[in-house]
Design a protein. Structure first.
Lengths: 116, 115
């Protein structure tokens, strides 16, 4: 059974379009995340979200918006796509934690976005 | 701000060679430390972790020890295999508020193991 799944796996689209990437986790976790991995494999946090608060990386353009219909889903919506948005986007989840013991984040397989 | 620095790749080794990938971190608190591995075309998988100073994480023959005095978490394996070829990411994890924890990743080190 897939713990964290993303759809689509590949997404090719034109500049200026609006697109969404879906993420679902069946682990019962409270916190979900979106990361962007560029062509040099550098991973950067975009958002973290749980039932209390959305924490946004201040460098993320406001064209990117996460939407969470329920605790098991955190979708990523991107408006007015630009060439520089081409990357691999990873969703992840982790349990909410009290006490700070270093819980693992579980990653989805990634969505490869290419903007033409 | 928090950051993680790991050795630049790519690293190419022969099968059965000894592997070290260096990783150092800067953080205002006491982060948990992780190594993740990304095989070609796949997502990230947790390889090992350590949550406090002097802890040693180990998995699949890989080891890393949390060294607070040197702020390091170097990854080692005594004898690499072709199947270990992947990109390895060091990461630190600190509480970022409202029940969320932020992972800060290093830039990744690509390892290629040749027969």
């Amino acid at each position: 059974d897939t713990a964290v799944s993303q759809t689509p796996k590949y997404l090719v689209t034109q500049m200026g379009n609006d697109k969404s990437i879906k993420c679902e986790q069946n682990l019962g976790h409270d916190t979900m995340y979106w990361y962007k991995q560029d062509s040099k494999k550098f991973l950067k946090i975009m958002f973290s979200y749980n039932n209390k608060e959305l924490i946004i990386n201040e460098t993320v353009p406001n064209r990117f918006s996460p939407k969470s219909p329920d605790k098991a889903h955190l979708n990523l919506h991107i408006n007015s796509l630009e060439l520089g948005d081409s990357a691999v986007y990873f969703c992840a989840s982790s349990p909410e934690e009290s006490g700070g013991s270093g819980e693992t984040q579980y990653f989805g397989p990634g969505t490869r976005l290419l903007v033409l | 701000g928090d950051s993680v620095t790991q050795m630049e790749g790519p690293v190419t080794l022969s099968e059965e060679a000894f592997l070290t990938i260096n990783c150092t971190y800067t953080a205002t608190g006491y982060p948990s430390l992780f190594w993740y591995v990304q095989y070609p075309g796949e997502g990230l998988q947790l390889l090992l972790k350590a949550t406090k100073a002097d802890d040693k994480g180990s998995n699949k023959g890989f080891e890393a020890t949390y060294r607070k005095e040197t702020t390091s978490f170097h990854l080692e394996k005594g004898s690499v295999q072709v199947s270990d070829s992947a990109v390895y990411f060091c990461a630190s994890r600190l509480y970022s508020g409202a029940g969320s924890y932020q992972l800060t990743f290093g830039k990744g080190t690509k390892l290629s193991v040749i027969p």
